[in-house]
Each structure stands twice: as C-alpha cells, then as structure tokens.
Design a protein around this ligand. Structure first.
Ligand code: MLT
Ligand code: MN
Ligand code: ZN
Length: 295
C-alpha cells in the first residue's frame, strides 16, 4: 500500500493567511517548510488512487504530485474521494474537482447531508460524480484491492454546523477514522479525534501504520500562543502531550506512527525543539507535504 501526504497541516495551513505566529512567520521566510491543508492519497497498486479528504489546497497538491496527473487528454488517476468529516479543510476541495470528471465520492450519511444540503457542491456534476454512502464498520472497496472501513471516533460537528453547545466528543457519523487494507497491510487514518478511550486504542493495535491527529501539542496552545481562546478539546482534537495525550495513550502501539493535521501553532513543527525530540524518542514522526509512505 502506498500513501502520499498531500497536505500535512490542519485547517488554515502553514502559514495561515491571517496568522503572524512564530511558526507562520518562519514558514513565510523559509525557515520552516510550508504545509498545505489536510489530505492524504492512498493506492493499492500505484495506478488508481483514492484521495482521503478534499482540501481547499487540492489544486496545488495535485499539481505537486505526479502520481495524480492525467495520463490522457481528459483523465485522472483519482478514482474516489473519501471525506472523514464535514470540516472546510476536508470538503472545500471538492469544488475544485468540478470539471465533469468521473470519480466516486464516499462519505457517511452525515457527510453526504452536508454536501447535498449545499447547492454549491452541485458543481460536481452528479452524472459523473457518484455519491456513495458509507455505512460505519462495513468495509467497502473504493478501488479494487483497497479495502476501507470507516468507524466513529470521538469528535465534533464541523465548526459551521455548530449549535450553541456542541458535544466535542460526539461518537457518530460526523467524525470517522479509516482503516485501510491492501496487500496484507493495514493503515489507520484519523485526522481528527477528540479522545482515545481504551476501545479505540485497542482497535488500532493491528495496524502497520497510524496517521493520527497532531493538531495541538497542549490543550491550551491557541490561548498560550495568543492566537485564539478555544482549547483543543473544544475543537474536537486531543492534545499530543500530557498524561492523557495521544503520545501517552498510544505508546504501546507497535505501528509506524505519524502526526498529521498539525496546526500552525504547534511547537512540534520546530525541528530543533524539545517537543520534536520528545515525539521522535517515542517513535513518532511529523508528516510533511509530499511525504511518501509504503505501508
Ligand atoms: C478542525 O479540524 O478543527 C477544523 O478544521 C477547524 C476549522 O474548521 O477551521
Ligand atoms: Mn480540520
Ligand atoms: Zn500561525
């Protein structure tokens, strides 16, 4: 199974257009590599590809990824797109994929509800783009040889769908993780996750590879950085550090572990910092745009 990280950053990217934090400033000046927003491509055979989440940056991501270039006059190696939640950083790229090109669009009922409830997504011509509904915990094959199973993980509805008091750890169709299986290998893709209860940690144990939510290092990171007031928990993202953080909770997993969906405020982005040293000592790496992984 081949995976390519198209975009390693969380919503906003690095740099984020209106952010002057240290990481964003360093990305503008070239001291840190820039990162586009959350997306991964996966293939069982290196020929047909499935894009996991359609980022607002998808046009630049596809341009930078030769595997996803047309092989004929009008063509795309992208056979399917799967969306794991309704966030802007995971849906807005669908608007770019609108030139009457055939592919399957997979999402849960909740995800399809967002897409079908907004007429602007009608620009993806339904004659060419088949809407395919994902049933939780039921494997499907978006392309031959790649088996995908979506499962609920604790999370929150998309920001633009929030009510007055959204449940930040809701378990349902709104936020899913993906189990990817091909050629006898198993990978997990979970770009958003608000908590790691025991059942979820146990579920991940059979993976060869884990791509996991690396949005924030500490729960209060946005406030500490002065960029906002929301905690990671309120945004539906479990912090990496701390006693209940993902580093501690997933310490026993034997799989290759990679942080994705990393927010621009996260100190783990600094290659010479103590946070990077800590995750590397624990067997994790931080994804970069263009990172290729053979699982
Ligand atoms: C998130 O992952 O929490 C969202 O992408 C945030 C947002 O919508 O900006
Ligand atoms: Mn996001
Ligand atoms: Zn920033």
């Amino acid at each position: 199974m081949r995976l390519k990280v198209l975009g390693a950053a969380a919503g906003g990217g690095l740099p984020q257009w209106n952010c002057g934090c240290r990481n964003c400033a360093d990305a503008r000046s070239g001291r840190l590599p820039r990162m586009t927003q959350s997306s991964v491509a996966v293939s069982a055979d290196g020929r047909d590809w499935v894009v996991l989440n359609a980022s607002p940056d998808i046009r630049a991501q596809l341009t930078a990824t030769p595997e996803l270039w047309p092989r004929a006059l009008r063509d795309s190696p992208i056979a399917a797109v799967i969306c794991t939640n309704g966030d802007i950083d995971h849906l807005a790229g669908l608007l770019t994929l609108r030139e009457s090109q055939r592919f399957d669009l997979w999402a849960t009922g909740a995800g399809l509800g967002v897409i079908e409830g907004d007429r602007v997504f009608g620009v993806m011509n339904p004659d060419h783009v088949a809407r395919r509904r994902i049933t939780l915990d039921q494997p499907f094959e978006p392309v031959p040889g790649l088996r995908v199973t979506a499962f609920a993980v604790p999370g929150k509805v998309a920001l633009f769908l929030e009510s007055d008091s959204p449940d930040p750890q809701r378990l349902g169709e709104e936020t899913v993780g993906l189990r990817l299986q091909a050629n006898g290998r198993t990978a997990y893709y979970i770009p958003g996750c608000a908590a790691l209860p025991d059942w979820l940690v146990a579920r991940l144990a059979d993976g060869d590879l884990l791509l996991f939510d690396g949005t924030v290092w500490t729960d209060d990171e946005m406030a500490t950085a002065g960029t906002g007031t929301k905690t990671g928990a309120r945004m539906g993202h479990l912090a990496i550090s701390g006693p209940g953080g993902s580093l501690a909770r997933l310490a026993a997993l034997a799989s290759r572990k990679v942080l994705i969906h990393v927010n621009n405020t996260n100190p783990v982005l600094r290659p010479d910092g103590p946070e990077r040293a800590a995750i590397e000592a624990a067997g994790w790496t931080v994804a970069q745009d263009g990172l290729e992984i053979t699982a």
